[in-house]
Design a protein around this ligand. Structure first.
Ligand code: FES
Ligand SMILES: [Fe+2]
Length: 432
């Protein structure tokens, strides 16, 4: 059980708070590259700050204050030009570094005053990687955007899915180190909702946790498996500071503010060998709804939607003064302790965990990956449908199991990439 003060320390993300300052040391995914190609400006709220993301006509990305420093108009209604973003109210033009490039009437009225040199807009760094746009809100020098190993893989169908979840980010990240929930929240709850009688899903017999450079590894032995299985020998990964990595996909829990979280999913599906070479011109993105408009209840049909139901159910900010933690929460306890220590390190001026500054090392950052050989080398279609029963998540999926609402064009593109017929039956193979 935590004190109220500890609970606040874990959950508040504004500038100047211990956790807010820690999180500002890491790059956060905030949009898809394809999203800005579709529309060059996007309002963004990140770590309690209202901002506008833009891509100007030269292809330069910028992330600036939502409000124009002149008289505070909302710059997400501005338009991009060959260099920078122009305010729709009086036409002041801002570049991605925060400089004011033009103030049309001021320059006409007082050509020599150079007022524009004395005003700046708050501006943050943006970088594109793996089909995502990443933002860095911390002090210079910015570290490198991690090149996680799956970002270097070939012959995969990648899709990016966003969902806005109305609760604090940290209870979502606690789920990244909670192996036992999988058995109940996903396997057994799904069975209960489908009214499947009979045996429950295999029970967890043993769980293990271990810290490594980029987070924690969690391991499990399920009924019918042993310590020789990859779920124990390799495990899955609670990636520092706000991500779950299961091997085939990442789920970032990006803090919008203290009460809202942007879930950013990046999913890699290896195409069968007979569909190689496969290359995507554009990584598709979509937004998954989380509430059923008809019933006004949370959607419970897909794996991550089930997670969302658990998280919002804990309250906007989970009250950790009222918990009763047990053996299944050992990883959660380790992570809380470690992240609070990390926040203290930042407060003392020390670098926190897992920051990457070595570009040689960042060519490809290896992570624990169950079934790496399959992701890298692929296999024939028949094999991938039958041989991976013991390492969930590696089947050739006929339907997307993680989030509801996949647009038809993304589904069709996936099925083409996999060499699947246009219509087929649902075969779920979640990973968690
Ligand atoms: S408020 Fe933006 S130019 Fe006036
Ligand atoms: Fe889950």
């Amino acid at each position: 059980m935590l004190s109220e003060e500890q609970n606040r320390a874990l959950t508040e993300v504004g500038a100047g708070t211990p956790m807010g300052e820690l999180l500002r040391r890491y790059w956060m995914p905030i949009a898809a590259v394809a999203e800005l190609d579709d529309h060059p400006t996007k309002p963004v709220r990140l770590l309690g700050e209202d901002l506008v993301l833009f891509k100007d006509q030269a292809g330069t990305y910028g992330l600036v204050d939502r409000h124009c420093p002149h008289r505070r108009a909302d710059l997400s209604y501005g338009w991009v030009e060959s260099c920078g973003l122009r305010c729709h109210y009086h036409g002041w033009l801002w570049d991605h570094t925060g400089r004011c490039l033009q103030q049309p009437f001021e320059e006409t009225a007082h050509p020599d005053a150079r007022f524009k040199d004395r005003v700046r807009i708050k501006a943050y760094a943006v970088e594109a990687k793996a089909g995502l746009l990443w933002a860095y809100l911390g002090p210079p020098p910015a570290p490198l955007v991690p090149t996680w190993e799956p970002f270097t893989w070939q012959n995969g169908f990648v899709q990016i899915v966003f969902s806005e979840v109305p609760c604090n980010w940290f209870q979502c990240q606690e789920n990244s180190i909670d192996p036992v929930h999988f058995e109940w929240l996903h396997a057994n709850w799904s069975r209960a909702m489908s009214r499947i009688d009979g045996d429950r899903s295999p029970m967890h017999l043993k769980i293990g946790f271990e810290e490594f450079e980029h987070g924690f590894i969690y391991r499990r032995v399920l009924e019918g498996q042993s310590e020789q299985d990859e779920l124990w020998t390799i495990g899955r990964c609670c990636l520092w500071p706000n991500c779950l990595f299961t091997g085939g996909h990442f789920e970032w829990r990006v803090p919008i503010d203290d009460s809202n979280m942007l879930s950013v999913g990046w999913f890699f599906d290896r195409v069968p060998n007979d569909m190689e070479p496969f290359k995507q011109d554009r990584i598709p993105y979509w937004v998954s709804p989380i509430k059923d408009a008809l019933t006004d209840r949370w959607i419970t049909s897909h794996v991550m939607n089930q997670d969302f139901v658990a998280w919002v159910g804990q309250g906007t900010v989970a009250d950790r003064t009222q918990e009763h933690l047990g053996e299944s929460d050992r990883g959660v306890i380790m992570m809380r302790k470690r992240i609070l220590e990390d926040a203290e390190r930042v407060a003392r001026g020390t670098e926190p965990k897992g920051i990457i500054r070595d570009s040689e090392k960042n060519r490809c950052i290896r992570l624990p990956i169950i079934g790496r050989d399959f992701f890298v080398n692929g296999s024939s279609r028949v094999e991938s449908e039958t041989s991976r029963q013991r390492t969930p998540g590696l089947l050739l999926r006929k339907e997307f199991p993680f989030l509801t609402g996949q647009p038809e064009e993304v589904r069709a593109a996936y099925r083409r990439a996999m060499g699947l017929p246009e219509h087929g039956v649902d075969a779920r193979s979640p990973a968690g």
